[in-house]
Design a protein around this ligand. Structure first.
Ligand code: PHE
Length: 339
C-alpha cells in the first residue's frame, strides 16, 4: 500500500509538472481527483489494510491528499490570473480622461465679447456691490423711482450707511467708466446682476447682463441702430429684420426696445418666439444729457448711446433650454451637452 501511495505521488508529480494550461489541469483532475479517480481508489483500499497498519497508511494517504490539493490550488489560481490578464484587449482605444467644459453662459458672454471687440469695443468691469448713486442716482433715477424699492433691490447691511446694494444692472459700470475716462468711450460691460424677484422657470434673483456704451462727438441714433443690427446679424442670423419700438429708461432719451425676426422660424412663428415671429433682443437709447453731465461729460460737445440685455435669455434661445434654473444647477448631464 505504501508503495502504491509513493508511486501515485511520483506519477502525479510528473503530471503536475507537465500541465501547461487550464485544460491540462482539468484533465488531470478528472483522471485523479474525482470520485472514480486514482486517489479515491487508494482511499477505498484502506478498508482491506490490516488493522495494525491502518494508522501508518492512513497518515500517508492524508499527506498525499493535502499535497495534491495544494499543488492543484496553486496551479488553478495561476491559470485564473493568466486568464484575467489575457482578457485585456490591447488593440482597444484607450479611455479618455473626462474633461470639464466652459459653462454655456460663459460661452455666450465670450461670443458676445468676441463680436463687439472686433467692432472696437473694450470690456469694462466693476464691482457687484455698489452704492445707490452709481446704480441709480447718477443714472437719472429720481429719488422716489420704484426701481429703488426694496422689492426690486437687495440692499446690503453696511455699518454706517443705508445706500449700499447689489447692482441691479451693469449700468453702474457705465457710470464708473464715464467718470474715469474722457471720451471717446467705446466699451461693453458684461457681469452678474441681482434683483429681488421670485425664482421661476423664466427668472432668477441673480443673472448676467451685457451692456454697451459709446460716447464721442456726433454720435447719433443711426450709429446705435447700425451697431445693434450688425451685432445681431453676426450673433443670430445674417438675414434678420429689426423693429425699434419706443420705450422708456430714465438714463436714455429717446429710448427703444429692439425686436428681431425669430432666428429659428424666420418670423413664421414658433415655440421660441411664442408664435409672434419676433424676439426681443435688447433695450437701448441715447444717453440722457443729465447722465452725461452728472458723470462729468459735456452734453453740448458729446453724445452717445447705450444698450443692454440679459444673457440667460440669450442662452435659452440659443440652446433650447426652457427652464432658466437649469443654468444654475450645474448638473453635468446638462452642461456636457454644450461643449
Ligand atoms: N440697464 C437696463 C436694464 O437693466 C438696460 C439698458 C441699458 C437699457 C442701456 C437701455 C440702455 O434693464
Amino acid at each position: 500500500m505504501l508503495e502504491q501511495i509513493d508511486s501515485l505521488r511520483s506519477l502525479l508529480d510528473d503530471e503536475f509538472r507537465a500541465v501547461q494550461s487550464a485544460d491540462d489541469l482539468e484533465a488531470l483532475r478528472l483522471r485523479h481527483l474525482v470520485k472514480k479517480g486514482t486517489l479515491q481508489g487508494l482511499v477505498d483500499q484502506l478498508r482491506s489494510v490490516p488493522k495494525e497498519d491502518k494508522p501508518t497508511v492512513g497518515k500517508a494517504l492524508n499527506e498525499l491528499r493535502t499535497w495534491v490539493e495544494n499543488r492543484f490550488d496553486q496551479l488553478e489560481s495561476s491559470f485564473a490570473h493568466q486568464q484575467k490578464v489575457q482578457r485585456v484587449d490591447v488593440t482597444l482605444p484607450s479611455r479618455r480622461p473626462s474633461s470639464g467644459s466652459i459653462h454655456p453662459i460663459t460661452q455666450t458672454v465670450n461670443d458676445i465679447i468676441g463680436i463687439f471687440s472686433s467692432m472696437g469695443f473694450e470690456v469694462a468691469e466693476g464691482g457687484e456691490v455698489e452704492d445707490d448713486a452709481h446704480n441709480f442716482g447718477l443714472l437719472n433715477f429720481p429719488p422716489d423711482h420704484p426701481a429703488r424699492d426694496m422689492q426690486d433691490t437687495f440692499f446690503v447691511e453696511a455699518a454706517d450707511r443705508g445706500d449700499i446694494l447689489l447692482r441691479t444692472h451693469t449700468s453702474s459700470v457705465q457710470v464708473r467708466v464715464m467718470q474715469s475716462t474722457p471720451p471717446p468711450i467705446r466699451c461693453i460691460m458684461p457681469g452678474r446682476v441681482y434683483r429681488n424677484e421670485a425664482v421661476s422657470a423664466r427668472s432668477l434673483a441673480e443673472f448676467h447682463q451685457v451692456e454697451g456704451l459709446y460716447i464721442d462727438k456726433h454720435v447719433t441714433m443711426a450709429d446705435l441702430k447700425g451697431t445693434i443690427m450688425s451685432f445681431a446679424r453676426r450673433f443670430y442670423n445674417e438675414s434678420a429684420e429689426f423693429r425699434f419700438r419706443t420705450s422708456y429708461f430714465p438714463f436714455t432719451e429717446p429710448s427703444a426696445e429692439v425686436d428681431m425676426t425669430c432666428f429659428l422660424c424666420s418670423g413664421q412663428g414658433c415655440r421660441v418666439c411664442k408664435h409672434s415671429g419676433w424676439l426681443e433682443i435688447c433695450g437701448c437709447g441715447m444717453v440722457h444729457p443729465s447722465v452725461l453731465r452728472a458723470c462729468g461729460i459735456d452734453p453740448e460737445v458729446y453724445s452717445g448711446f447705450a444698450f443692454g440685455f440679459g444673457v440667460e435669455r440669450v442662452v435659452m434661445m440659443r440652446t433650447g433650454i426652457d427652464d432658466i434654473r437649469l443654468l444654475y444647477e450645474n448638473d453635468v448631464r446638462i452642461l456636457e451637452q454644450f461643449r
